[in-house]
Design a binder for this molecule. Structure first.
Ligand code: 8YV
Length: 332
C-alpha cells in the first residue's frame, strides 16, 4: 500500500488550470510543467523513473517501451482526459500499474462542440464568418441565393458510438429536429432508445449508406482504428457530412480528404485528426471542411472538473482505496 505520510511525487506532463495546480501543490509533491512544453521521449522516461504518480494527457504516448522503464515507485497513471488511447493498458497492467481517466465531466462540453459542428458545416458557418473578414470578399449585401447551405431539421443523423457523449449528442440533435440513428458495439437499453427516439443499426455499412450526417463518438481502440475505412467512406451519400470530435484515427483521413475533394462527400467538421497536431493540407484547403484544434472539451469549467477528477483519483488511491475512475483493459 502507498505510504500516505510522505507526499507522493506527482509528475504532471502539461500545464493545468491554476486552481488545479494550486490544489495539487497543497496535496502532493507536485512537479508541474509551467512552460507547457510537451515532454520529449527522454523527459517521459525521466518522469516515469522518478514519479509515484504520472499525470499524462492525450499528447503523451505512454507505450509499452516507456512503461517497461518505469521506476519502482510508479503505481498510478492518472490520465488527464477521458480517452486512454495514449496509454498501453495491457503493458500498464502487466507492470502492476493502475490507470484512471476523467469520464463524465467533459460529456456535455464535447457534445456541445459536436452539435456546433453539425450545425456549422451544412450551414457554412466558418465560410461565412471568414468571408466577411476577407477584404477581397466584396460583400454587397443580402441576396436570396447567397451562401445557401443545407437544412438540418428533418435530416438523419447517424451516431457511431452511443456511450455518454453519443447520447448527449442525440439529446441535442432531437431538439434540432434531427432523426437519431446509431451504431454501437452493443445495442443500448430500450428505455434509452425510446427516450432518444433512436434507431439502432446493427450494420454500420447499412447505416452509413442512409445517413445525411455522421457523428463519430466512439473511442479509438484497435477495433475502431479506421472504422471509417476507404471502403466504408465510399458508402456515404455524396450529400452526407461527417463530424468527428472523438479521435482522428477512427477515420481514414487521407481517404476522407480525397473524397471531399472529389465531391463524393459533402463536407466534414473535424475537431480531431489522425496525425495530430498535423492536419492533412487538403482538409485545410477545403471550404467544405471546418477544422478545429482539438477543442471539444476546452472549457475552463470542464478542465477544472477534469483536474478535480485527477486529484480525487490520486488522493483516493494514496489513501489506500480504489480510485473511482479506474480503467481496465477491455473496457473500451
Ligand atoms: C481532452 C479528449 O482534452 O478527454 C479526452 O479524451 O479528447 C480531450 O477532450 C484530452 O484528451 C486531454 O488529455
Amino acid at each position: 500500500m502507498p505510504n500516505s505520510a510522505k507526499k507522493p511525487v506527482v509528475i504532471v506532463t502539461r500545464r493545468l488550470p491554476d486552481l488545479v495546480e494550486t490544489r495539487m501543490r497543497e496535496l502532493f509533491d507536485a512537479r508541474l510543467n509551467v512552460d507547457d512544453k510537451p515532454m520529449s521521449a527522454a523527459d517521459l522516461v525521466a518522469a516515469v523513473k522518478a514519479a509515484d504518480v504520472l499525470v499524462p494527457t492525450v499528447t503523451d504516448r505512454i507505450d509499452a517501451q516507456l512503461i517497461a522503464q518505469a521506476g519502482p515507485n510508479l503505481r498510478l497513471i492518472a490520465n488527464f482526459g477521458n480517452g486512454v488511447d495514449n496509454i498501453d493498458l495491457d503493458a500498464a497492467r502487466t507492470k502492476g500499474l493502475i490507470v484512471t481517466n476523467t469520464p463524465n465531466v467533459l460529456t456535455e462540453d464535447t457534445a456541445d462542440m459536436t452539435m456546433a459542428l453539425i450545425l456549422a458545416v451544412p450551414r457554412r458557418l466558418a465560410e461565412g464568418a471568414q468571408l466577411l473578414r476577407d477584404p477581397r470578399s466584396n460583400w454587397t449585401g443580402w441576396s436570396p441565393t447567397w451562401m445557401l447551405g443545407q437544412r438540418i431539421w428533418g435530416k438523419r443523423l447517424g451516431i457511431i458510438g452511443m456511450g455518454r457523449i453519443g447520447q448527449a449528442v442525440a439529446r441535442r440533435a432531437r431538439a434540432f429536429g434531427l432523426q437519431v440513428h446509431y451504431h454501437n458495439r452493443r445495442r443500448v437499453a430500450e428505455a434509452i432508445e425510446q427516450d432518444l427516439e433512436a434507431t439502432y443499426w446493427d450494420s454500420l455499412d447499412q447505416m452509413l449508406a442512409r445517413m445525411d450526417i455522421i457523428s463519430v463518438n466512439c473511442p479509438h481502440t484497435p477495433a475502431t482504428y479506421h472504422l471509417l475505412s476507404a471502403r466504408r467512406l465510399k458508402l456515404l451519400k455524396p450529400s452526407a457530412f461527417i463530424v468527428n470530435t472523438a479521435r482522428g484515427e477512427v477515420i481514414d483521413e487521407n481517404e476522407l480528404a480525397r473524397l471531399i475533394d472529389q465531391g463524393a462527400i459533402a463536407g466534414a467538421g473535424l475537431d480531431v485528426f489522425e496525425h495530430e497536431p498535423a492536419v492533412n493540407p487538403k482538409l485545410l484547403a477545403s471550404n467544405r471542411v471546418v477544422a478545429l484544434p482539438h477543442m471539444g472539451s476546452a472549457t475552463i469549467e470542464g478542465r477544472i472538473d477534469m483536474g478535480e477528477k485527477v486529484i480525487i483519483n490520486i488522493k483516493t488511491f494514496m489513501d489506500g482505496h480504489a480510485p473511482p475512475d479506474r480503467v481496465h483493459p477491455g473496457m473500451f
